[in-house]
Design a protein around this ligand. Sequence first.
Ligand code: HEC
Ligand code: HEC
Length: 223
Amino acid sequence: MSTNSARNLFIFGSLLCFIILVVLTIDTMGKLDQRAPEITEKINAGKKVWHKYDCIGCHTILGNGSYFAPDMTKATERKPKEYLKKFILNPRVIRPNAAMPKLGLSEKEADDLIAFLDWISKVDTNGWPPKPILASAITSKTTSYGQILFQKHDCSACHQINGVGGTAGPELTYVGRKITDAEWHIKHLKNPESAVPDSAMPNFDQLSDEELRELAEFLITLK
Ligand code: HEC
Ligand code: HEC
């Protein structure tokens, strides 16, 4: 190779690499802006509340924090906002033996905080952290329609049966011994607060009467 063509190769090679770098940088910068919704005053205030009460001393968020308590990155995607607010204001209203202390937030602080957590939940994190494996709660070999509804409506996000499921609500493995009345379940599912004062369970009033009955019949078999 002559000195001349070596020089040309060097100049054009460098130029090409530089152009590719610039194009990729512009492309990335454009995408970064779309990865999170716009930040409002309320979200900003919520972030300050998050710092004020040192939530990160126990929880992780976007990969930072302590591993003492559940991750908060996708909190509002996994649990209804009403539930989260009640929990943050007073954890023991929801779980009598909650390890999280009552931190003494005001109503406004709790609302701002939920707005902040909701914003974080909407940040595109490329699927991280992985969703918990909400394995189906299998109680017997015969699968009833009620049990299918239990899985379809993700009841196990909050309830355990035979050790499988979340812990935001009571364990249901033996709930059929405690509550034997299908009518009670139907009323409770439609509007939990009508059966249990201050219940933090979401309403399932979008289900048809027939579905509610199937679900209730399934619940009373859990003994
Ligand atoms: C001293 C440690 C500690 C601090 C500080 C703390 N938490 Fe918690 N939090 C926990 C633990 C532990 C749990 C798991 C449930 C339980 O046993 O209380 C929890 C549960 C939660 C839940 C319910 C999660 C679910 O899926 O049911 C929310 C929401 C929550 N914390 C938000 C917050 C926010 C917001 C702050 C700051 C204002 C905060 N926590 C501060 C320890 C803490
Ligand atoms: C976001 C969390 C959450 C989801 C989802 C949820 N629950 Fe609950 N559930 C709770 C909480 C909290 C309680 C305790 C307060 C109450 O009894 O209403 C509860 C209570 C119950 C009880 C009464 C248990 C007892 O021992 O008193 C039953 C039965 C029940 N849920 C069934 C269901 C079914 C069926 C589904 C799905 C269709 C479901 N839950 C979905 C949170 C949840």
